[in-house]
Design a protein around this ligand. Structure first.
Ligand SMILES: [Zn+2]
Ligand SMILES: [Zn+2]
Length: 77
């Protein structure tokens, strides 16, 4: 299973400076992590070289392995 898959065409996304890009759809995506407990968007923290997530609703850190990640389209203005 591919880890970084375009939600629209299922091809592999290409990493660019600030996000992911689908060459086929010409769309930019960002990876958004959701809290496993309350389903709110979490803030990504980079501590000690390991990424973890902080949920402002639960007010606690969540491990990366429990986070639900999803690709969200970045609207080009
Ligand atoms: Zn695509
Ligand atoms: Zn939460």
């Amino acid at each position: 299973m591919q880890e970084n898959q375009c939600p629209k065409c299922q091809s592999e996304l290409r990493w660019q400076k600030e996000g992911y890009h689908c060459d086929f759809c010409q769309i930019d995506f960002k990876k958004v992590a959701y809290c496993p407990d309350c389903n709110k968007e979490m803030e990504k923290l980079n501590a000690c070289g390991a990424a973890s997530y902080f949920c402002h609703d639960c007010n606690e850190l969540k491990s990366k392995s429990r986070a639900k990640t999803e690709f969200s389209e970045i609207a080009i203005s």
